[in-house]
Write a protein that binds this ligand. Sequence first.
Ligand code: ASP
Ligand code: MG
Length: 469
Amino acid sequence: MAIIVMKFGGSCLLDKNAFEKILKITNIYKDIKKIFVVSALKGITDLLSKTAQGLEDIKETDKNISLIEKRHLDIIEHIFEEDSEHYIKARDWVDEKLSELDDAFADIKEFGLEPYYRDYVLSFGEILSTYILNQYLLSCSVDSVYIPANKIIITNDEFNNAYPLYDLTNSRVKNLLIPLIENPKKDVVMCLTGFLGRNKIGYITTLGRGGSDYTSTILAHSLYSTSSDKDIKVILWKDVDGLLAINPKYVPESSLIKNLDYNEAKHIANFGAKILHPKCLEAIEKYKIPLEIRNFDKPLDDNFTQISDRSDKEQIKGISAIEYATIITVISGSLVDVPGVLAKIFKTMSKNKISVSLVAQSSSEIGTSFIVNSEDSEAAIKALNKSKFFVEFFEVKWEDVAVINITGLKILETKTKAEIFSALDKKNVKVKAISQGFDELNLSLVIDRKKLIDAINIIHDDLYEDFES
Ligand code: ASP
Ligand code: MG
């Protein structure tokens, strides 16, 4: 393995002990070229976001800014020797950045919280933490360089949820990172801010909450495209061993998923327990770059999750759930075949920025059901009821439900589905709608919300042998 992109999340930056663990990991991977992607300190992104939204409350704003300052200064006090070179540099950096943040808040008060400002404000979390980590490594005699990711990752203009423009990013990687990586005389750790990039005209953008995972895979993608060394891996250091087959809040004795392929992982990341940023696999799948999710507290442990093109095909990988979902059904009263129903549903939802996560339509086209998050349900129903098309031809019904997703190649077998349904029948769980696309290794079942725990447990118990152990 020659190049590793590692992500350290907020829970890897908690205190002195945590910074020492990062140093230990740096030494474990000592003969490998390392790129560190760093998140904000835990809770800072939330705090920045909250502050930017509540600037009219001056007292609260001051309190939040002091808290942001204190959180960083506390870390600095603990990890550096007082008044050492790196201590001073880190403190000065915090001072300088907080004064820039102050200026940004003043602008927002004057001009309003435009999407651009929001991303700019959020970026401070990573800009502070990454610089501090870089100074820490330097203070431990690790050759390290701080690189703000907005110098490298170029994105589209979608603030808050930006998408990388790979051609432009590749050339930045080629010009700025590759020379550092390919310099045989130097062994330097590159510390890059997670979560952020910039658009073509230079405004800072962010990649969506939890976006540092995505930063790591975007970098891996661009390194693969530009480096002569194709031996690249991503490691995400987390406060858990990896992805669990089932959230322990449903099934306490759930097992770790050791191997899964990109497709399986995408399903699990989308529905799962927010361990993995759902978009981040897109960046590495094409080049089959492996990704490991490892426990920060146990860097040498053999128990971790690997996502690659290898998988154990004979298994169910995981069960996940959307607990708060609403199923909306539009039924054609007149039984006429009205063309374009789906198009109109999607258009109405997308106009209102509501994401549809599952669709089931009978082939008679009489009824179409789809799932939205419960928090969007009111807006969704309102939008349908405002549309002349739906009011005239359709009846609109809705119900609060939960969705269970069962993922793994084994789901393609009819027998597996039979076992799932017979398990559910034992607990009297009625399946209100089902969906599985062509060749898709995920089965989604819409059920009564109150039956969710029962349903997950009975599937887990009855199909126990189909899970990895
Ligand atoms: N700090 C950002 C967030 O909390 C990005 C990340 O942690 O990955 O969403
Ligand atoms: Mg975070």
